[in-house]
Design a protein around this ligand. Structure first.
Ligand SMILES: [Zn+2]
Length: 102
């Protein structure tokens, strides 16, 4: 699966979840305006930072409610935190390196 196919797959799953949670096309358009003026790195940082912030909120809420020893949601949260932290730290490193190149 190449990058475009992977993104299409993720977008499809996110579209389905957004529909179930009542996200409107106007809300998506509003967010598109938020990132339209950013460069590729800025858009990536915005998306990763926003996703990580939401993930931390979800993790905190779930932690308060979860008492299970073997929880699939906790496992998914742990995996998503690791992936998002790795991505965000990489973006931060690239931004710092780019600052010194210019
Ligand atoms: Zn749990």
């Amino acid at each position: 699966m190449d990058t475009v196919q992977a993104l299409d797959h993720t977008i499809h799953r996110a579209d389905e979840a957004a529909h179930r949670f009542g996200v409107t096309p106007a809300e998506v358009a509003d967010r598109l305006r938020d990132v339209h003026h950013l460069d590729e790195q800025g858009r990536s940082a915005y998306a990763a930072g926003t996703a990580l912030g939401a993930l931390v909120s979800i993790a905190s809420a779930h932690e308060d409610d979860c008492g299970k020893d073997d929880c699939l949601t906790c496992a998914a949260i742990r995996d998503a935190l690791a992936v998002n932290l790795a991505g965000l730290r990489t973006l931060r490193l690239e931004a710092a390196e780019r600052r010194h190149w210019v």
